[in-house]
Design a protein around this ligand. Sequence first.
Ligand code: IZC
Ligand code: ZN
Length: 411
Amino acid sequence: MEKLLIHNIGILQTPKGSTPARGVKQGENLKLNNAAVLIEDGIIKEVTSGGKLPDGVTSDTVHVDAKGHLVTPGLVDSHTHLVFGGWRQNEIPLKIKGASYLDILRAGGGILDTVAKTHAASEEELFEKSMTFLDEMLALGITTCEAKSGYGLDIETELKQLNVAKRVNEEHVVDVVSTFMGAHAIPKTHTGNADGYIDFVCDEMLPLVSSKGLAKYCDIFCEDSVFNVDQSRKVLLKAKELGFGIKIHADEIEEIGGAELAGEVSAISAEHLIATGEKGIKAMAEAGTIANLLPQTSFYLGKNYARARDMINAGIAVSIASDFNPGSCPSNNLQFAINLGYLKYRMFPEEILTAVTLNAACTIGAESKVGTIEPGKQADIIIWNTPDFETVCYRFGTNQVKTVIKNGKLC
Ligand code: IZC
Ligand code: ZN
């Protein structure tokens, strides 16, 4: 048996349990002083405080001295478009000249540009690139992430992306949960025929992805000039029937009823919610849908910030993710999303920690394994360079992680 002890922890801070933390519970973290964690074969065995060492420590236990620093659960990045060809650095000059995100997409660029580059890339290229992104993310404290397809928009390339996500999950220490997002844009083959493409997604793509077991979730871009509420409902209900968990990119740019649809179909999470108003908040609260907020995208698109405080007050569980993608958020640094959660959402550090660990894990079905530091959970743990999580929220622009422990192993 492999035993690892993290001792001399100044503060151990973690949310508790394996269900979404809503309302006031979002701000409830366990904080232990002078703590220690004993890990056995990658699983958390004992957590102690007040300088007491765990009972199970033996002479062959490897000791890791946290030197009085903060320890938290590993971060869960619950919304990424991890696997893609090329970049879109050419869009910024277009935006400086006045084009919006949707103008660029409507002109055949944006997502469709990445689709062309993802078609052109080999599976091996996409694999190597995604492995590098996961290396970067692990160094930033991310121990689990989600990865969406949606840069194929045809069977062959959607499967190529999903295969890459499967392979990186197997070969990288970071756990990767796959989401099928074939309805991410209207492909050039279906210009002017969004309904035809939606039928193709429902009748061909979803059953195939389901039969291959290549994705646990299904997501759709419900947005002005992309897929409307009726088209989104059709895809999500079909996905649900096939056993996928369902998610929806809702009200990222325009409020067209995406959050209300999320509530109506009992989506596990609704993503973005930048433009969501009262009706959407009410529908999500009633359905128990998690608000998965992506503040780096508000920053990068120069948009408003989602109404996180109102959502928490309405009893919605809030998670925060990076939205890493080559267009609206070319950053896989969840630490910057934490900073924006503090400064722009006005969330408190305890609420933010819950948002990037437990609640994020709940959006991808990983809550029984990760998201908290409690006996029985996977030992995905961060030793920070800071004395407290407030400092992690407040300082920005540098990596504040000292050491990452993944599955009980030092990375
Ligand atoms: O590539 O632009 N919003 N999808 C929906 C994205 C952003 C990713 C992209
Ligand atoms: Zn997204």
